[in-house]
Each structure stands twice: as C-alpha cells, then as structure tokens.
Design a binder for this molecule. Structure first.
Ligand SMILES: Cc1cc2nc3c(=O)[nH]c(=O)nc-3n(C[C@H](O)[C@H](O)[C@H](O)COP(=O)(O)OP(=O)(O)OC[C@H]3O[C@@H](n4cnc5c(N)ncnc54)[C@H](O)[C@@H]3O)c2cc1C
Length: 296
C-alpha cells in the first residue's frame, strides 16, 4: 500500500461537530488536520435559504434519506429520518431551531458520571460558540462564530398563541436559552442576515485559508469522497456520532469499517450498540483512515 500522508488529527465527517473540531484544532498552525466528508460541498443554494430544508432533506444529493421501520405508535407508518450528507452535515439541512436544552438534563448527566457535562461546565462553551445580540450576557455569547437570530417578523397568529398560553398560566419567556427554559415564546434560529449559519459556514469558511487544515480535495474541502487517505500521527481521530435510526447499506458496521480503515488493520474503536455505523470513536493514535466513496 502506498505511503499515507501524515496528519496530527484526522476528523471524519464535516458535520456540526466535525467542522467545529477541525476549525478549532487548526487554530494552532503546528497542528496538521485532515477533514474528510462523505458528502459534497454545500453549494446547493437551498441549503443556505432557511426555508430550503424542505428541498434538501428529501434530496439524496444532500441527505441520507433513512426511514424508520413501520411502528405501531405512528399508525404503522414508516417515517422519513434524514441525516445530512454534505459539508456541514445535518447543520446544513436542519430546522435551524437554536435550543441549548434543559440545564437540569446536563446536571443529571453529570450526576450519572459524565464529568465535564454539568450545565456549569457547558455554559462557557455555549457562550463561546454563539453570537446572539439579545439576552443576558451572563447566559448568552455575543461574538462566537455561530450566529443566532431572534424572529425578524412577528405574526398575529403566533402572538395569539403566546397570549393563549399566557392565559393558561404559561409565562412568556423572552429567552429560553437564558436563565430558564420554561415558558412560551418565539424560536431563535441559527441564521445570519437571513441566511443559514451552518457549522460549515460558521467554522470552516473562516478556516479555509489555513494551510494546516486539509480535506478530501486538492483544497481543504469535501469532494464527495475522492478517496484521499491519511494517517493520524499522534492524536486521536474523531468520527461522527450522530445517531441514525438504522445503518444504511453503504454504512453498515462492516462496510463502514472497511471503508474507513482499509487493509492496514483495525484501530481500536468503541462502538455504541444500536447506533449507526458512524457512531464510533477511534481511540488509537496512528489509526489509518480513508475517505469513503459516495454513498448510493
Ligand atoms: C431534518 C433535521 C432537522 C433538524 N432540526 C434541528 C433543529 O431545528 N435544531 C437542532 O438543534 N437540531 C436539529 N437537528 C439535529 C442536528 O442538526 C443534529 O443533531 C446535528 O447536526 C448532528 O451533528 P453531528 O456532528 O453529530 O452529525 P452530522 O451533522 O450529521 O455530521 C456527520 C457528518 O459525517 C459525514 N459522514 C458520515 N459517515 C462518514 C464517513 N464514513 N466518512 C466521512 N464522512 C462521513 C456525514 O456525511 C455528515 O456530513 C435536525 C436534524 C435533521 C436531520
């Protein structure tokens, strides 16, 4: 086998997490980072228009269009369960709703043993990554890479819904990503100046010029799996962990292992049973990784 190029870190999957990880790691010019993405560049204009996700989530050019098994609880229907397969991953096709989650959930995880995941632990990270003009700076970030916007327009019907909730005893909460989540109000969205602010836009675009951040093509970005390969020199390789309802035929555990770690032997990997093939973390430095081909 031809000698592989050497990188300090290989990041597999330029999705929400992968874009942020690759961009943050490559801030250090001495760290050489390879970012591999199975999907194409995020050039489809529907990706960038907030309403465009109705186009992209059904489109095999931008998404893996998984379906759930038919389930009794939904009248025996099989539900579409898309995942992004494009630069930016799901952050390029998602519903843009910016919701940190319930502080108590993080604290519960910490109580269950997840060190570093209490809400007090993750709050500085949330503040660092976002740029939101409104809200209390005790809770909200002002100048992070990911833009968050409040509603640009109010709608009579939605105001009536809020008023009805108030009448039912649910208070208006002007910032559900602030001190408390409880209440009713308008969604905040990952939008900048009317356009989607995906992880690729927020993190990768500013990092594009860095010579130490490389990708599948001749420049740093995805070509839909042209087959570049690399070996992680000293650090851990990272792979996408987004749960999916079932592995696709192109991404079953066996085929993913072959595609990602061809012929040079298996790195040690932790797999989460019941999750898709993408749900694994490579733990052995020096593991060998190649970009997969385009999924069917
Ligand atoms: C339709 C939809 C709507 C959503 N709406 C919202 C919302 O409104 N608000 C919200 O907070 N969340 C929403 N989500 C969820 C959120 O977008 C995801 O949880 C999040 O983006 C997952 O990030 P990730 O980094 O784990 O994975 P992803 O963003 O899915 O990234 C994984 C990337 O890895 C690539 N990849 C996979 N396997 C390989 C491989 N073997 N080699 C190379 N590359 C590979 C994939 O192509 C993909 O680009 C939505 C998701 C979807 C699909």
């Amino acid at each position: 086998m031809a000698e592989r190029e050497r990188f300090d870190v290989v990041v597999v999957g330029a999705g929400s997490a992968g874009c942020a990880v690759a961009a943050r790691l490559s801030e250090d010019p001495t760290t050489r980072v390879l970012l591999l993405e199975a999907g194409p560049e995020d050039k489809n204009p529907w990706i960038h228009l907030p309403i465009g996700y109705y186009r992209t989530i059904f489109d095999e050019r931008t998404a893996r269009t998984y379906r759930t098994e038919p389930e009794e609880g939904v009248a025996g229907r099989s539900i579409l369960w898309p995942r992004g397969r494009v630069l930016g991953g799901c952050s390029s096709i998602n519903g843009l709703a910016w919701v940190r989650g319930q502080a108590e959930d993080y604290d519960h995880w910490r109580q269950r043993g997840c060190e570093g995941w209490s809400f007090a632990d993750v709050l500085p990270v949330f503040k660092r990554l976002e740029s939101y003009a409104d809200g209390d700076p005790q809770w909200r970030g002002r100048d992070g890479p990911l833009a968050v916007s409040g509603p640009r327009h109010r709608m009579e019907l939605l105001d009536a819904f809020v008023a009805a909730a108030n009448q039912a005893g649910i208070p208006t909460n002007p910032d559900y990503n602030g001190a408390r989540q409880e209440g009713v109000g308008y969604f905040q969205l990952s939008i900048r100046n009317g356009f989607r602010c995906s992880a690729a836009v927020a993190y990768l675009r500013p990092a594009r010029k860095r010579p130490n951040l490389e990708g599948d093509g001749s420049r740093a970005w995805s070509t839909g799996g042209a087959g570049r390969s690399g070996r992680s020199r000293r650090a851990r390789s990272c792979s996408p962990r987004g749960p999916s309802p079932r592995p696709s035929s192109s991404c079953s555990p066996g085929s993913a292992r072959r595609r990602i770690w061809p012929s040079t032997g298996s790195p040690s990997a932790t797999t989460c049973p019941g999750w898709a093939a993408t749900c694994r973390t490579i733990t052995k430095p020096g593991s060998s990784i190649a970009a997969p081909g385009r999924s069917p």
